[in-house]
Write a protein of this length. Structure first.
Length: 400
């Protein structure tokens, strides 16, 4: 869907199709055919509907076939739909099996991550609407434990710059503009906005990156730096930022001051438990699952502690009577704020969207509540398509 600002700017708003289980292209196509009409009807949408497409490595390889591309383009026309953003974060299976820390593999140290992301861009170029910028969100480098020395950081940098070169050549040859959007996440190499800004400034936009790009494309140093800043952007996930106890306004201003574009604004909410005690922490037990990591960031009387998953947070919990708040990387429907004994980080979304309403943060807005299938039953009291429509309508209300 397109949202028009009073000052003339246009947003594209959608939801991420990773909410629907499906790893093969046949499954993804089936989900598009089934759910897009249902969501459109639930929204009473009469204009073209933007899609946030999640493609695994297996799915994009199948879609790259000319016959499959033609079939998909025909389907988009039939359903008055278009794709403006792709979730290129999970490479392999994302539902129904243990994902946990494997979701970051292959990471940006591995040439297979580059090959996969290049193929995503090449396929995307075949159906991205003319004149539209496309975004591909991706792993924030690697899982933090997998980055142990400076050589790892430089390898991540150079591999990302290689993808930037691929995107720049795609634009040169075909006039198609696609950006990569790095998505900071708790317990990853890029976790906080401060870490992200430092990586962009000191590595992605560095003299080494300029030199690497110039070795492949005939441009001067200023033009090379402009290409790096154009094609290498950030995906600001509002759940991740809120869980990290970030400040919405400070996030956006620090990125802007560092010339880091926000290629995608991912609208999602996490769990929040205030006044944590061993007894109250037990309320979160139903959210433990064997599929996803649910990182916990703890504010313990002003000290920030990080745990890679809920069981680790439970194991380290003490009853010392000092004030303690937990924020948990577990995406819950964004229209839910009061979840009984605990709440969500919806307040952070409200703050960010209020700032966006005044001065657009990104042209690409995507709701991402992928945990629907592992939510406790009491929060799944409606169909998926109705929940998706309710989330999108909630965003529209915030921006109206």
């Amino acid at each position: 869907m397109q949202l028009q600002h009073s000052h003339g700017a246009t947003d594209h708003l959608t939801y991420c199709s990773n909410i629907h289980p499906g790893e093969s292209w046949a499954e993804v196509l089936g989900n598009v055919e089934k759910y897009i009409p249902l969501v459109r009807d639930a929204l009473n949408c009469t204009d073209d509907f933007g899609i946030g497409l999640r493609l695994s490595a297996a799915a994009v390889s199948d879609l790259a076939r000319p016959d499959q591309l033609e079939q998909f383009k025909k389907l988009l026309d039939e359903h008055q739909s278009y794709v403006f953003t792709i979730n290129g974060f999970p490479y392999g299976p994302f539902h129904g099996t243990r994902v946990k820390e494997d979701v970051y593999l292959p990471d940006w140290k591995d040439p297979e991550r580059l090959r996969y992301t290049n193929q995503l861009a090449d396929v995307f170029a075949e159906f991205l609407p003319e004149g539209q910028t496309g975004s591909i969100s991706t792993v924030p480098g690697a899982f933090k434990a997998c980055v142990t020395h400076d050589d790892d950081i430089d390898l991540i940098r150079s591999t990302m710059v290689s993808h930037c070169i691929h995107l720049a050549k795609l634009e040169q040859s075909r006039g198609i503009n696609i950006v990569l959007a790095l998505e900071p996440e708790p317990c990853c190499f890029l976790e906080t906005i401060a870490e992200s800004v430092a990586f962009f400034q000191d590595h992605l936009f560095s003299a080494a990156s300029v030199k690497q790009l110039q070795a492949e494309i005939d441009v001067n140093s200023q033009q090379a730096e402009a290409l790096l800043q154009k094609h290498l952007t950030l995906c600001l996930d509002l759940c991740h930022a809120a869980v990290e106890f970030e400040d919405a306004k400070a996030c956006i201003s620090s990125l802007k001051n560092a010339n880091v574009q926000i290629g995608k604004l991912q609208i999602s909410a996490g769990l929040r438990l205030e006044q944590v005690t061993p007894e109250r922490a037990e309320l979160l037990r139903p959210f433990v699952d064997q599929v996803y990591l649910h990182q916990v960031i703890e504010n313990h009387d002003g000290t920030i502690n990080r745990y890679t998953d809920l069981p680790e947070a439970f194991a380290n919990l003490t009853d010392d009577k000092k004030p303690r708040e937990w924020r948990v990387h577990f995406h819950v429907p964004i229209f839910l704020d009061d979840l009984g004994e605990f709440s969500s980080t919806q307040f952070f979304i409200r703050e960010a969207l209020a700032l966006h309403k005044e001065d657009p943060i990104s042209k690409h807005l995507e709701v991402e509540t992928y945990t629907w299938n592992v939510l406790p039953d009491q929060y799944k009291n409606q169909s998926i398509e109705d929940a998706i429509a309710r989330e999108l309508n909630w965003v529209r209300e915030q921006l109206s």
